[in-house]
Design a protein around this ligand. Sequence first.
Ligand SMILES: Nc1ncnc2c1ncn2[C@@H]1O[C@H](COP(=O)(O)OP(=O)(O)O)[C@@H](O)[C@H]1O
Ligand SMILES: [Mg+2]
Length: 375
Amino acid sequence: MTERVRVVVLFGGRSGEHEVSLMSAQSVMEALDPTRYEVLPVGITREGAWIVGDDPLAALRREDFAGTRPVTLLADPTRRGLWRLEPREGEACLALLSRVDVVFPVLHGTFGEDGALQGLLELADVPYVGTGVLASAVAMDKIVFKQVCRAEGIPLTQDVALTRRRWEREPEAVLVKIEGRLPYPLFVKPANLGSSVGISRCDDREELRQGLDEAARYDRRILVEEAVPAAREIEVSVLGNEAPRASLPGEIIPSREFYDYAAKYLDEGEEASDLLVPAPLDEAMTQRVRELALQAYRAIDGAGMARVDFLLSGETGELYLNELNTIPGFTSISMYARLWEAAGITYPMLLSGLIDLALERHAENARTLRTLRRF
Ligand SMILES: Nc1ncnc2c1ncn2[C@@H]1O[C@H](COP(=O)(O)OP(=O)(O)O)[C@@H](O)[C@H]1O
Ligand SMILES: [Mg+2]
């Protein structure tokens, strides 16, 4: 029997979506084919500590780290692998714990999905699932992402971007500027979060003030957008590196006024948001969203996977690209996996496909000349 691929599954993290990551990671670890993969679960605490142990997922859930041990990955590619940090004679020493063939970051939001971790993995020279540094960072930043997509001619909502500092220093001027450019209702968002954290819908100036204060708690930069009237939430899964494929679109019927944190994760049973697979759209619209999803994916140099989200106005019929998630919610019943399931790609097949893509991308990058020795 050939040796199994050793997959480090990373979860938790210093992010508002820590708990969401734990749900996704549990699904991933349960479904990775044990005949092909040897899973090494590595948790990241809310403080950013990397831990291994019997069950780091349970430790993170309990927030009790007895029985776990600290590990680290070095930025130095000549010292590959996962290293244990051992206290020895009053000092911390490093001891090699395990080889790492591929890293599967099942982390959402800051430090996991935004290119920061991907930068470490590039330095360490280990293959990893999903998008690289650039695409991760661009997709995470709602302001820059829209600028890149706008340059491609992809339809987007009108918006105003500003810094927290500007809001704090000249609030009246900011309100006048926004109201001069965009009609109510508005959506206010921190530039770099996910799971609807810090997002508000604002119907008047007072709500706009509150929305800006709220968003400013979570980011240095803020995005204000026109609201899409009677927005339908259409999502497409994309998979691939050089020749990405787009799934049929799905639709979310949120359980609340908009698809906020509670509608995404808290409402259960009868109250839960509904997922329609495929979305009830005509053939032309179906093709259009799939093409736009691929266009956005290519525009940011996507790799591995992404879920591309649209808002379709139930009032005007206008379609807008909303955002692209490079590490979308990843349980087996999440939209990303459901859309592939409907296309005949089961969840375990999806996971092994993503690992193959990670290895392929790493090999492709290895072909690139990095150093020039002239003497
Ligand atoms: N411009 C908009 N018009 C209407 N609804 C919006 C708009 N922007 C966001 N929303 C609603 O808010 C939700 C969260 O916004 P989104 O930009 O997707 O942030 P997140 O990255 O947190 O998912 C969307 O799924 C949608 O329900
Ligand atoms: Mg969203």
